[in-house]
Design a protein around this ligand. Structure first.
Ligand code: ADP
Ligand code: ASP
Ligand code: MG
Length: 815
């Protein structure tokens, strides 16, 4: 025989009750009649709490009472045959009248005692269980309603009563013997004290009822039926990638639930553990799923960390002072004081110098704890042996749990790395002496981010999620979104990487979706957005959302986003940018970005600043990191100029080549922006800096391509006229080159810390001789690549390759 407990959502609606009945029918057929333990209908306990509070403060509760009645009556009407309805209505009505009387009493006395409160709350379970027992009678057969207060005996600690096991066991067995031929429905959550007053076992306590009854009857299994597929690796409401665990030991389940996994109430494990009865957590809404088995036989799993749990809201109390040093019994006195006053201490850490003790309590207990300590240690405080206790609020606990943890080194390292990389500050650390658990106290603001980051870190076979925020929806931005959308599935399947675009902004509008924006219709979504673009707000929003693995992607060519990089990096958000203005302005700024990224453990990637998607920055970095020394870099890094000189041969004039380049869209609106060499200068400057030279823009010597008159022309039209007028100058260059078997190339160079760009003639032995189209080329001469330099060559401009470079940078974040 088994005990089956169904939680609030399982009795929350007509539909779920139908499912519940079918689960019971199957159970009866397979294992014989079970004992069924029920919670109140979903939300009803909270409603009763709020009604009681309203009554105590003189507010009107009549509407709530009607809602409560209707919820139950609707179920009765939907599921019971008409002749069976009336007796149930009558019984329920009696309960509702009692609730109303109690609330009236509370209201007129203006006082709500813990005892009355428990009494009021007990009606949630009593109503649902009564109703369900009648429904089961119709669908399954002989059923009996059991008010657990007649056999679960407790102390008088209302709200969180302790069970008296021995008498309870006897009474439970007695009740069972009298009714064993029937399907028994027991109210969860409630018991009674010696005086017969109703008590409750603590919120979530119906699970405990099931274990108490199960242990008393020596059942084969205690099944906890809820609304998820078992105990999950983390709270599924916060961690979308959480998955159900197949097996757990009692200790693991206890630790996980103690540290917040609400799916099972911690004390539930004790009776089951003592009687070696397995607890199975199962999903009413997926009844064929096997769920989680908690037992002695739990096998160790492939993951050293079984689960990650969290308590959202915790307060920490700090106690410091020299008076604690070497004083045996100080902490004994402190914690017995708190225990005596029924204050639950969630976690304790003490510095090894014994100079301070930090402990965490429920926020509702924080102030009381402080007062108690101040009272108890009055003399020590007066003598300045200790300082007044200090309360810190707005904190959460995150705990990693697993029995295998103690055999696996590096667990703490992985935990702290994941937290550190995401900018989560750890306020205090505690490791249970069993080493089954490491808990950290962090700011509540960081909890969701921390849970997701830590989950990703321990379940590495799962997909890594990057949360990206993009500014700029021009050619590159658009292309990037298309590429991300096209490769989404592939990345997920092949590389285990999931890229969610959380925010998009252009110069007019911005839009956010913390779950990820669809890239199929991002343009419509952005246009329809009500939010006016503001870089300030965009950055604020990124910080507020506080997502793990967050990346800011700058696809603009504007100086505005650059002003935000340092702030973004300091908020532990990585930056990927194709915008080269940032790295090619002052050296101090370039250095500041690098330092901020380093300090906060995030990435700052800008591969596309030089040669679009070609692996130039990365190659240089790899060379440097592997201890090679760069002797010389030579490069053609302007696709426009490359195109112009590659085609300036034979009969064509310089004027015509530039015109063609412009018509093909290879140049800026004013081709002089390319031909002046400024853009090229930026690239060679970035390379020089990455190679370790502290250069400023004015340190790069740029040799002119154009005669003065062309540069000084007042308009683009005038400029073309000047190209024609100066034709002889260009013809001479071309003829000089051709007559000596050479070609013209505009080459950037870095050697001996000097950066230059100049127009040169090279012969067929030079690696740049054969360049064609608008390709870029770069050659690294290093200690290792001395005889034959390392050459990277290929298309160095265009939206497609640039976006691909940005894409690659994004994927590499956190790698
Ligand atoms: P019931 O009403 O059935 O007792 P609860 O609401 O008490 O259900 O507990 C189930 C809920 O616990 C789930 O819906 C889930 O949101 C939450 N939960 C928190 N942490 C975990 C976890 N680690 N595994 C499974 N569920 C969890
Ligand atoms: N109904 C009670 C509560 O909401 C007990 C339970 O559901 O386990 O806390
Ligand atoms: Mg519960």
């Amino acid at each position: 025989m088994n005990v089956l407990k169904f939680g609030g959502t399982s009795v929350g609606s007509v539909e779920s009750i139908r499912t519940l009945i079918s689960i019971l029918q199957r159970e009866k057929a397979e294992n014989g009649s079970p004992v069924v333990v029920l919670s109140a209908m979903g939300g009803v306990t909270n409603l009763l709490v709020s009604m009681a509070d309203k009554a105590a403060t003189g507010q009107d509760f009549s509407q709530d009472l009607r809602d409560l009645e209707n919820r139950h009556f609707d179920v009765v009407k939907a599921l019971l045959e008409v002749p069976r309805q009336n007796p149930v209505f009558t019984k329920l009505k009696l309960f509702f009248n009692e609730i109303e009387d109690l609330l009236q009493g509370v209201s007129s006395l203006n006082e709500l005692t813990a005892r009355t409160r428990d009494r009021i709350l007990s009606y949630g379970e009593r109503c649902s269980t009564l109703m369900l027992s009648r429904i089961a009678e119709q669908y399954i057969g002989d059923s009996v309603f059991a008010d657990a207060s007649q056999f679960i005996k407790t102390d008088s600690n209302f709200g969180n009563a302790k069970v008296q096991t021995e008498v309870t066991d006897l009474l439970v067995r007695g009740f069972y013997e009298e009714n064993r031929d029937k399907l028994i429905f027991v109210t969860g959550f409630i018991g009674s004290n010696d005086a017969g007053s109703i008590t409750t076992l603590g919120r979530g306590g119906s699970d405990y009822t099931a274990a108490i009854v199960g242990a008393a009857l020596n059942v084969s299994a205690i099944e906890i039926w809820t609304d998820v597929n078992g105990m999950m690796t983390a709270d599924p409401r916060i961690v979308k990638k959480a998955f159900p665990l197949t097996e757990l030991s009692y200790t693991e389940a206890m630790e996980l639930s103690y540290f917040g996994a609400k799916v099972i109430y911690p004390p539930t494990m004790i009776p089951a553990f003592l009687k070696k009865i397995p607890i199975v957590i199962r999903n009413t809404f997926e009844p064929d799923f096997k769920g989680t088995v908690i037992s002695h036989e739990a096998k160790s799993s492939e993951h050293s960390v079984k689960g990650i749990s969290s308590i959202n809201d915790i307060s920490v109390i700090n106690l410091t002072g020299s008076g604690m040093v070497g004083k045996a019994g100080f902490s004994g006195r402190l914690f017995s004081l708190l225990a005596r006053e029924q204050i639950n201490v969630v976690l304790i850490t003490q510095s090894s110098s014994e100079h301070s003790i930090t402990f965490a309590v429920n926020p509702a207990d924080a102030f009381k704890s402080k007062q108690l300590i101040e009272h108890e240690f009055e003399l020590e405080l007066e003598a300045k042996k200790i300082e007044n206790p200090v309360i810190e609020e707005g904190l959460s606990v995150l705990a990693i749990v697993g029995e295998n943890m103690k055999e696996t080194p590096g667990i703490a390292g992985t935990l702290f790395h994941a937290l550190g990389r995401n900018g989560v500050n750890v306020r205090a650390i505690a490791q249970g002496s069993s080493e089954y658990n490491i808990s950290v106290i962090i700011s509540r603001h960081d909890l969701a981010k921390a849970l997701n980051a830590v989950h990703d870190a321990f379940y590495t076979d799962l997909k890594k999620t990057l949360n990206i925020f993009c500014v700029g929806t021009g050619n590159i931005g658009k292309t990037l979104f298309r590429q991300l959308e096209e490769h989404r599935e592939f990345l997920k399947q092949q590389n285990g990487i999931l890229i969610n675009v959380i925010g998009i902004s252009n110069s007019k509008k911005m839009v956010f979706n913390p779950e990820g924006l669809s890239l199929q219709n991002w343009e419509e979504t952005l246009n329809a957005s009500e939010e006016i673009a503001s870089l300030e707000k965009f950055v604020l929003k990124m910080k507020e959302l506080n997502l793990p693995n967050a990346v800011f992607v700058d696809n603009t060519a504007s100086p505005a986003p650059i002003a935000k990089y340092a702030e973004i990096l300091s908020s532990t958000i990585s930056v990927v940018t194709c915008n080269k203005i940032g790295n090619s302005s002052s050296y101090a700024q370039y250095k500041a970005f690098k330092d901020a990224a380093h300090k906060h453990g995030v990435d700052f990637f800008y591969e596309t600043n030089v040669g679009a998607g070609l692996p130039i920055i990365r190659t240089l970095k790899d060379l440097m990191m592997s201890g090679d020394r760069v002797v010389r870099i030579e490069a053609i890094l302007s696709g426009t100029i490359s195109f112009i000189f590659n085609n300036f041969k034979g009969d064509v004039t310089f004027h015509d080549v530039v015109k063609t380049a412009q018509e093909k869209g290879y140049t800026e609106p004013d081709p002089r922006d390319d031909l002046s060499g400024t853009d090229f200068m930026r690239k060679i400057l970035i390379l020089a800096r990455d190679a370790g030279h502290e250069l400023e823009p004015e340190d790069v010597k740029i040799g002119a391509i154009l005669p003065k008159a062309c540069m000084e022309a007042t308009s683009v039209e005038d400029f073309y006229e000047q190209l024609k007028a100066n034709n002889y100058f260009f013809e001479k260059l071309k003829n000089d080159a051709e007559s000596s078997g050479k070609v013209l190339r505009y080459i950037g160079k870095l050697e001996n810390g000097q950066a230059t760009i100049s127009l040169e003639m090279v012969d067929e032995n030079h690696p740049f001789y054969m360049l064609s189209g608008s390709d870029n080329i770069i050659s690294f001469t290093t200690d290792r690549y001395k005889e034959r330099p390392l050459v990277v060559k290929g298309p160095g401009a265009g939206a497609e390759v640039t976006a691909a470079g940005v894409f690659a940078d994004i994927v590499n974040v956190g790698a």
